[in-house]
Ligand binder design. Structure first.
Ligand SMILES: [Zn+2]
Ligand SMILES: [Zn+2]
Length: 285
């Protein structure tokens, strides 16, 4: 029997953390996901938003040596801000490999060193105790022990990956920042076609749904999707579990709870499950 795969949501907020009481059901931490499986010998983490701090604290309760790979979709603040607060980075004997798609002229190491330069934070990369290695993830497929990962380019304001992980025959696609365009230009049609082919048959698709259609009209080109557009496009893509994420900091629990019920009623026939991501939630495949 195939081993199970678990996806845990440590942070599901977009743009900035919003630890207000009205956001406690869906959570206030920014993007961080973890994939677990018996076939993985190391940690597998996607994005370093503020949610990674809780993940790090959780890990410190276990083994003394912590090792893993971290895939970062792109270097916007909400995907990096938790990086220096991940306590396993301060444990000797631990090691981490961090992967980031190329950013114009810069690679992973330069970006992280810049983010951790002492203008912005007192701890620099070379002060971390774990063995750290930064790799610029050029387009293509990486075959790791127990899984593989590749990506397509998202439509976003910087070079951003839509990651596709294959583990134990399960496909998990992670696209926290991606704008599914509403216009009918040839570019947009081509992009949607490529996107549909990439996500087709996914066991889990975690996708940006920061806006609704009304907000999208005012924020077209900001690099984020409306939930209506995501559902319209993915309904025909044979996705099993559809998870909407990167909630706007101003989308409170009442708003998201209401929308969640609405889309479950209107779209459940297209997926095994559909809903808005909640911090602390897990999906087991
Ligand atoms: Zn983001
Ligand atoms: Zn972004």
């Amino acid at each position: 029997m195939a081993e199970s795969v678990k996806i845990k949501f440590w942070g599901v907020r977009g743009s900035t953390p919003c630890a207000n009481s009205e956001n406690m059901i869906f959570g206030g931490n920014t993007t961080c996901f973890q994939i677990e499986s018996d076939s993985l010998s190391e940690l597998l983490i996607i994005d370093c938003g503020t949610g990674i701090r809780n993940l790090g604290n959780h890990l410190l309760n276990g083994d003394s040596k912590i090792c893993g790979r971290i895939f970062i979709t792109h270097p916007h603040w909400d995907h990096l801000q938790g990086f220096p607060f991940f306590k396993p980075f301060y444990k000797e004997n631990s090691w981490f490999r961090v992967y980031l798609p190329p950013q114009d002229q810069s690679g992973c190491k330069e970006i992280l060193q810049g983010h951790m330069s002492n203008t912005f934070f007192p701890v620099t990369m070379d002060m971390l105790d774990a063995d750290m290695d930064c790799e610029t993830f050029q387009p293509g497929k990486l075959n790791m022990e127990g899984y593989s990962v590749d990506y397509m380019w998202a439509k976003h304001t910087v070079q951003t990956a839509i990651f596709r992980f294959t583990i134990n025959g399960k496909t998990i696609i992670i696209a926290p920042d991606n704008e599914l365009p509403h216009d009918n230009s040839q570019d947009s049609k081509d992009f949607i076609k490529e996107f549909c082919a990439f996500v087709d048959g996914a066991d889990v698709l975690i996708h940006d749904a920061q806006f609704d259609n009304k907000q999208y009209k005012e924020r077209e080109g900001w690099g984020h999707s409306s939930y209506e557009k995501v559902l319209e496009i993915t309904a025909g893509c044979n996705v099993k579990h559809m998870v909407l994420t990167h909630h706007d900091p101003d989308s409170d629990d009442d708003y998201l709870t209401n929308l969640d019920s609405k889309i479950k009623a209107s779209h459940s026939q297209y997926y095994e499950s559909v809903g808005f991501a909640k911090e602390g939630q897990s999906i087991i495949l």
